[in-house]
Write a new protein. Structure first.
Lengths: 332, 317, 631
């Protein structure tokens, strides 16, 4: 915070200096009365002391786009997602009308089948890209859902003291029951469709984020500048969003970046345990299936595994960079 | 301190009981048809099914069942019998026969990953932005990038095919057969310890007291180990007891892959077989260990770092 | 590291030389496996358990009265003779001499006596002791068994379980038609003249337990009996058991038939996570046989220079006879009857178009890509269930009736011309009844099971290729865990592919499941729902079939006439396509065990007895196996 204030003061003096230099001649012969007048006192303007052109999000973008690698990574990811649609168009087979042909089973990648065929002789290219799309959509929506829920709960948990005990108990309760119990019970009693699984992961995935946010809120809520802000009568919502949230954005972004790959990994595990519906191919399901074939036909594993790795790495690097860029302490 | 400890322990007991109660009631939400195997569903008449549910006490109101469960638990310390995992064996015996195996493997893996992870983390922090740092980061990214199902499969196959290591865990000759499971258990946690050690070390290195220490002319080595590592270790230490205790739980995937007869797959097996007593027992164990682990972590932290005090701070979790 | 690697490689090579270089003689120790922790023993109590995973082990540990030979014929085990003087109403079993119960360390605990079978059956029928497991067949066949079960049940309700658990043999002997006049003689009285009653003696409902053991460890102790508390009388004892990891069986040192029974020095059963792990264990010589996954088989078969290529062998079909069971009262997810389907399937031309149209080969290729036709099944009853006096298998009689024979060249049932004819006829007749085409066929499989999903895909394509999208369209649906709970009870499936393994050796065990208006006809109750159907013609057909079955069932004095009558009834059922015979399971394997020397029975729990197996310390080659099969 100190840095920011210093910077603003500096700017102000500079401004005055330029005015002086330009108008030095014209003002020389004017009387004091012509030169000065009493300013009207306005509380609002008094508040504006030290206000500058600083914009949080502008600085974020500015900082982020300076990191070329991260930008490239984000582009790679965006391209990958766009490509899942293009791939379906340029591929020779439509994923929804694949034909089973035992004679073609386990064909290695060639000019006809760009990614080879699976155990039933179906084109793998169309399946892989379709699965990639499904997985990205699932992972992104689940991660956003988790983080959104986590941040909201975390903010309330951290800021409203009366609720701390309640949320702590709730946290302990949910955290101490193995997630696998929830997921199994959900699978048994509600269903295993994509929507249900996604909601299930969200419903029990917000914990870590919420706790993290709560601890950060604890750290910042009673800092001097917040006390001052509160004394000046700033509203709760404004304190949360303007004073505290910027400090959280970096953590949130990092969590988001890591949640996406971990959702894909989680999906793989759920598929392995039979807790997920497999009618829609996803990367997790392809990986699980390839497990029993990959010794003889490694391409069945390598292709989806590489895509998962690309997604993870792009998110890891881009997420880290974005997280750094979001930290206001780096905005000098 | 004593007062605080007692208060906290009481709270923990309360939380554990609450957890068990919730799981108990959740399990009663499952339709009773899961009580039977497909085979039994075929062979038993409806009347016979009712008879068996009645005999198992499943037709009573869930709260009545809960009452019975707690009465047995508090009066006889009895968690009931396993229904199908190992038919009619007491749950306590069942868990007792399994947890040691998981724990042994888990402790080995934990020790290995702690040593390797912390050493590499320190090296990374010392050579920040150097080649070692990048290698370490690459490893972390790689481990996170490849789903564990895939990396375990790779370890299993290459360990077994190329190095000739046993691909099945053998209780009678655990030596070589434990190698691959331990590797699988370690790769992830090594990355974790590396990441956090590096992060905490780098944070510490930027602090003023370190600059002062350097200005005073202390050698890098002594700064690193006497000051930086010690301070960086505090947040790591907090989770250590938790991690140690949770080795009891084993790993679902690793233990399934290598047929390790440990705790890992027990929970899912028990749920799938409607073996409610076993599920309750395991959950109770996990919850207690988790809570005790966190508590011990907090205490350990106060021991390592005298500045930290627990009293009157409320929940430190 | 390099050194270690070299060392390991050298060691491997050495091992493979030692393993493969020895002269071809028999295996001393058997190493076998089960895939998945769900294949672990759940209960060691042979009376209580109903699961194959349990009896596959316990059948080696305790001897029942009778067992089977590799051809499926009954041979003596604990009983040396068995006979009936009155045409099958009462059966007398004479036990062997010198049989003993031993504990897992091989210490002799007691003699095996005829009364042990009384204790065994009392346990099975006692409501409080046995949780109603394994009761159905004894109640059906043994006189007074049902009454004793009802008695104990009523007593449990009035007096509490503890009183019933304390019951001895008095009331049991009073009510139930079984007695042990001396230590070596056992007499059962049946509910009717049952020529096939001895086949029930291979089943765990009729296994013994020593009264002294129950006395020693108590009723609750025996309910929870484990490998280290149970008593053994069979060819093996368990010497080491690690849950979900490994079981080791070694020969029972006091086995009465030690001289005449060939046993392994040890049998190790490992639990592995997948067939791939099994395959890699097989390659390192840690297993003596392995069934091949699709990709393993594809790799080996696709490359004649593969080291395992010459050793590919086919397993014998398992005992389950798979059928397509139609549902005649199918419902929609909303609970409303699926009128379109119900009307269509009640039409005989519609069913016949399936009979002649559906070519099962793509389906059979799923399990057996090399030789799919060895899984062909044209009849309802399973192989080896019953044999007539000339040694002709019952299913052969049925095949003669319907005029279809198995062949290695073609799938004989399909006839595209007839299929097209019946299709046209069905469309015409059904359109008049207001059926809209295509008729949607709801097929269900477990949502998490990839193999099932692949099979569903194959079926979908098969329906589309052979019957045409304008006619029927297969709709895939998934259930979560329990097919009974989620699909059968709400009657959501158009058809289910289900395998039936016999409980005892008579066609009635199969045909009796499909009859009309009978309570114990299992398939009629839970899958075909025929009793709820409304179509008059269909019901008439079913009634005629039921009449034929009951006519055959009534013939108790002439086994050949009985089988012929059953064959007629079955042929009637197949010609009207009340069910559609579908497949047998055969897979490919690499093995050092001669499958043709194993016990091979359609019923009972004897198939996993590790006795009198022929093995080869080398892996059998494809030619070896062809020879063995021919024998």
């Amino acid at each position: 915070m100190n840095g920011e204030i210093e910077m603003n003061v500096h700017k102000k003096t500079k401004h005055i200096e330029t005015v002086r230099a330009a108008d030095a001649d014209t003002i020389a012969h004017l009387s004091e009365k012509e030169l000065f007048e009493y300013a009207e006192f306005r509380a609002q303007d008094a508040e504006r002391t030290g206000y500058s052109q600083y914009s949080y999000w502008k600085s974020v973008w500015h900082n982020f786009f300076r990191k070329k690698a991260a930008v490239v990574m984000l582009c790679v990811f965006a391209l990958l997602f766009v490509f899942t649609f293009i791939a379906a168009m340029i591929g020779k087979y439509n994923v929804h009308s694949l034909r089973i042909d035992n004679a073609l089973a386990f064909t290695s990648p060639d000019s006809q089948f760009w990614f080879g065929t699976d155990n039933l002789g179906r084109d793998y290219w169309s399946q892989v890209w379709y699965a990639t799309r499904t997985s990205i959509i699932l992972a992104v929506s689940v991660s956003f859902g988790q983080i959104f829920l986590g941040v909201i709960i975390g903010l309330v948990w951290g800021y409203v003291r009366k609720l701390d005990r309640f949320f702590t108990e709730l946290y302990n309760l949910i955290d101490n029951i193995p997630t696998i119990i929830y997921m199994t019970l959900i699978a048994l009693m509600v269903g295993k469709s994509y929507m249900i699984i996604a909601l299930g992961i969200i419903a029990f995935g917000w914990l870590a984020t919420a706790r993290n946010v709560r601890n950060l809120v604890f750290m910042y809520r009673d800092r001097e500048y917040n006390l001052a802000s509160r004394c000046l009568g700033t509203g709760l919502w404004r304190i949360l969003t303007k004073n505290i949230l910027p400090y959280l954005v970096s953590v949130i972004i990092l969590r988001l970046a890591l949640a996406i790959p971990s959702t894909i990994a989680y999906e793989t595990t759920l598929a392995y345990l039979g807790l997920m519906d497999i009618s829609t191919p996803s990367l997790g399901i392809l990986l699980r299936n390839a497990r029993s074939f990959f010794l003889d036909y490694p391409y069945l594993l390598i292709i989806p595994a590489s895509i998962v790795s690309v997604i993870t790495i792009t998110f890891y690097l881009a997420g880290n960079a974005l997280s750094d860029a979001c930290d206001p302490r780096n905005h000098v | 301190m004593t007062k605080y400890t007692i208060k906290r322990l009481l709270q923990s007991v309360f939380t554990v009981l609450l957890v068990v109660t919730i799981v108990f009631l959740l399990l009663r939400l499952m339709p009773t048809d899961y009580f039977f195997t497909e085979d039994e569903l075929i062979k038993l008449s409806d009347a016979q099914k009712q008879d068996r549910l009645l005999a198992a006490g499943l037709l009573d109101h869930p709260l009545v069942q809960l009452g019975r469960f707690y009465t047995k638990l508090f009066t006889k310390l009895d968690l009931g019998l396993s229904r199908r995992v190992q038919t009619n064996k007491p749950v306590v015996d069942l868990i007792a026969s399994k947890f040691a195996i998981s724990m042994r493997l888990g402790l080995f893996a934990l020790g290995i990953s702690l040593v390797i992870g912390v050493i590499f983390g320190v090296l990374q922090a010392r050579n920040k932005d150097g080649i070692l740092d990048h290698i370490g980061t690459a490893y972390t990214v790689f481990v996170n990038a490849v789903p564990s199902l895939v990396s375990y499969s790779l370890i299993l196959v290459f360990g077994a095919r190329l190095l000739g290591l046993p691909s099945l865990y053998s209780v009678r000759k655990p030596g070589p057969s434990a190698v691959l499971p331990i590797i699988c258990l370690s790769i992830g946690s090594i990355a974790g310890y590396m990441l956090w050690t590096r992060r905490y070390m780098v944070d510490e290195l930027n602090k003023d007291y370190i600059r002062l220490a350097k200005l005073k002319g202390l050698s890098t080595r002594s700064v690193m180990f006497r000051h930086v590592l010690r301070n960086a270790f505090v947040p790591l230490a907090q989770y250590l007891p938790y991690s140690i205790l949770l080795t009891v739980g084993g790993s679902l995937l690793v233990e399934r892959f290598f047929s390790v007869p440990g705790m890992g797959p027990l929970l899912t097996d028990a749920i799938n077989r409607y073996d409610t007593n076993v599920v309750q027992g395991i959950v109770m164990l996990y919850a207690s260990l988790g809570i005790v682990g966190v508590f011990l972590g907090d205490i350990l932290m106060t021991l390592i770092d005298p500045r930290i005090r627990l009293i009157n701070k409320g929940e430190t979790r | 590291m390099k050194k270690l690697l070299t060392l390991a490689l050298a060691l491997c090579m050495l091992l493979s030389i030692v393993g493969g270089g020895a002269a071809a003689d028999e295996l001393k120790e058997l190493h076998t496996y089960e895939v998945g922790a769900t294949r672990e023993v759940e209960s060691w109590n042979v009376q209580l358990s109903q699961m194959a995973v349990d009896s596959n082990v316990t059948t080696n540990l305790i001897d029942g009265l009778l067992t089977n030979d590799p051809k499926g014929a009954l041979i003596g085990a604990a009983a040396k003779e068995w006979s009936s003087e009155d045409g099958g109403q009462t059966w007398t079993f004479i036990l062997n001499d010198g049989m003993t119960w031993v504990d897992y360390e091989g210490n002799i605990k007691a003699d095996v006596k005829a009364e042990d079978w009384l204790y065994g059956l009392e346990w099975v029928l006692n409501f409080a002791k046995n949780d109603s497991a394994n009761t159905s067949m004894p109640i059906e066949m043994i006189k007074g068994a049902g009454e004793y079960y009802d008695y104990t049940k009523a007593l449990t309700e009035s007096e509490g379980a503890e009183v019933v658990k304390a019951l001895g043999l008095e009331k049991f002997l009073e009510l139930v038609g079984v007695s042990a006049p001396d230590d070596k003689t056992l007499i059962y009285t049946c509910t009717d003249k049952l020529s096939y009653f001895p086949t029930l003696a291979t089943y765990n409902g009729l296994y013994p337990v020593s009264g002294k053991l129950i006395e020693e460890i108590g009723v609750d102790g025996y309910r929870a009996v484990s490998w280290d508390t149970m008593w053994y009388s069979g060819p093996y004892t368990v010497t080491s058991y690690i849950h979900t990891n490994e079981k080791v069986l070694t020969p029972n040192p006091h086995y009465y038939a030690a001289d005449t029974t060939k046993r392994f020095d040890s049998v190790t059963i490992k639990i592995v996570d997948s067939t791939d792990v099994a395959f890699s264990l097989f390659q390192t010589g840690e297993l003596d046989h392995v069934t091949l996954s699709q990709s393993n088989l594809n790799t080996i078969y696709g490359n004649p220079s593969n080291e395992w290529y010459p050793y590919l062998t086919e397993t014998r079909p398992t005992k389950f006879s798979y059928q397509i069971h139609f549902s005649y009262d199918k419902k929609l997810a909303s609970g409303e009857p699926d009128v379109n389907w119900n009307t269509a399937i009640a039409n005989e031309a519609f069913r016949l178009s399936w009979y002649y149209g559906l070519d099962a080969v793509p389906y059979l290729k799923r399990q057996n890509a090399i030789n799919p036709l060895s899984g062909t099944n044209y009849v309802y009853t399973g192989n080896n269930v019953s044999v007539n006096s000339e040694g002709v298998d019952y299913t052969q009689l049925v095949r003669d009736e319907i005029g279809l024979q198995y062949s290695n060249e073609e799938y004989a049932r399909t006839d595209p011309e007839k299929a097209a004819e019946y299709k046209a006829q069905a469309i015409e007749e059904l359109t008049a009844l207001g059926v809209t085409f295509p008729v949607y066929v709801d097929y269900w499989f477990q949502g998490s099971n990839q193999t099932a999903k692949d099979t569903a895909d194959v079926l979908t394509q098969m329906f589309s290729d052979t019957l045409g999208d304008d006619y029927v369209v297969l709709r895939q649906n998934t259930y979560v865990t329990s097919i009974t709970q989620e699909v059968r009870n709400p009657q959501l499936a158009s058809f289910l592919i289900n395998g039936w393994g016999a409980d005892f050796g008579d066609p009635i065990n199969f045909l009796g499941q499909e009859t009309y208006g009978e309570d114990n006809a299992y398939y009629s109750q839970v899958i075909s729902n025929i009793n709820k159907a409304t179509d008059e013609t269909l019901i008439a057909t079913y009634k005629e079939f039921t009449r034929l079955v009951n006519e055959a069932k009534a013939i108790t004095d002439d086994q050949d006439a009985r089988l012929n009558a059953f064959a007629k009834a079955e042929a009637y059922m197949l010609q009207h396509v009340l069910v559609l015979p579908w497949s047998y399971e055969t897979v490919w394997q690499l093995t050092a065990i001669n499958d043709y020397s194993k016990i091979y029975s359609a019923y009972g729990i004897q198939n996993y007895r590790y006795v009198n197996w022929e093995t080869n310390s080398d892996i059998y080659t494809t030619e070896d196996y062809a020879e063995l099969k021919a024998k």
